[in-house]
Write a protein that binds this ligand. Structure first.
Ligand code: SAM
Length: 281
């Protein structure tokens, strides 16, 4: 079953959280010259026009990226956040209106250096077709297929460093443990890789299966970052966004805390950010 389409949610608060963490990790990794292979196991379309009927239907970006975009002059003194907003500005076709929001393939591809590699997996044929239409550098490879199996097959990579984003749609509850099992296998093959895993915070609390499996599996150095909009509430579904970073770059926690202190007031009075070690070194 592949019914999820990210266009319905593009630019929402969870994308803001996920892509800010990704941006911060990239910033740290790209300070060193040695090449990196980036793997995006669940790529989606790559770029999302905000006037697409699917995106307008829920209009989630209006409570996600839009308030940050509108406040960008006031946010100019926060270095990571202003660089992130400048990147979004580069994707617009001019003017001050926010017309397009970038997905993870774009965030990864636009910072790719000539020696780096990027593998973009997408299983949905329609989503993959849209991804094929995006202008990406030649060292970005688009693969129509299962990203979890693809990641394991691709390891070990030929570059000295590896960075992976695992961002499933979690349509089925088995996907939580499935993502954890893939991560445990991947880390046996690439111990020093930096891996980001996104998960939704839903009232049913299914993400606990993912977190617990990783702890039971003996994986170390797992940092957890969560952004919540409100208390769990059965009727309104996803109340928060979670992100794990395995082998986080040093200093990531402090940089993100500074960024999120500026972001949370713009996403609502009840919006909160917290981060801690899920499993320490
Ligand atoms: N990572 C994207 C971003 O940040 O812009 C969003 C990805 S969206 C949450 C999840 C995507 O995974 C969907 O486009 C879905 O079609 C795709 N998908 C679902 N199962 C997959 C699998 N096993 N392998 C690769 N892609 C998959």
């Amino acid at each position: 079953m592949l019914s999820y389409q990210h266009a319905y949610h593009a630019g929402n608060f969870a994308d803001v959280h996920k892509h800010l963490v990704l941006h911060a990790v990239l910033d740290h990794l790209l300070r060193k010259r040695s090449a990196v292979t980036f793997v995006d196991t669940h790529s989606g379309r790559g770029v999302y026009p905000l006037d697409a009927p699917e995106t307008l239907r829920l209009g989630e970006y209006r409570h996600g990226v839009l308030p940050l975009w509108q406040a960008r002059d006031r946010l100019a003194d926060e270095p990571l956040l202003s660089a992130w907003l400048d990147d979004i500005a580069r994707l617009q076709r001019g003017g001050s209106r926010l017309e397009r929001y970038p997905g993870s393939p774009w965030w990864l591809a636009q910072r790719l250096r000539s020696g780096d590699r990027l593998r973009l997996y997408e299983l949905h044929p329609g989503e993959h077709d849209v991804l094929l239409q995006q202008a990406l550098p030649p060292n970005a490879q688009r693969i129509h297929g299962d990203g979890l199996g693809g990641l394991i097959q691709a390891l070990p990579v030929s570059t000295p460093r590896l960075c992976v984003l695992i961002d499933p749609s979690f349509e089925r509850k088995e996907e939580y443990v499935g993502a954890a099992e893939t991560l445990l296998t991947a880390m046996r093959k690439a111990r020093h890789g930096v891996v980001l895993v996104w998960y939704p915070l839903l009232p049913a609390g299914r993400h606990h299966a993912l977190l617990e499996r990783l702890r039971e599996g003996g994986l170390r150095k797992i940092w957890r970052s969560e952004l919540t909009l409100r208390a769990p509430d059965e009727e309104r579904g996803m109340y928060g966004s979670g992100m794990l970073v395995v082998n986080p770059p040093w200093g990531l926690d402090k940089r993100l805390a500074a960024v999120m202190a500026r972001v949370t007031p713009l996403l609502g009075e009840a919006c909160r950010y917290r981060a801690d070690w899920w499993v320490e070194e």
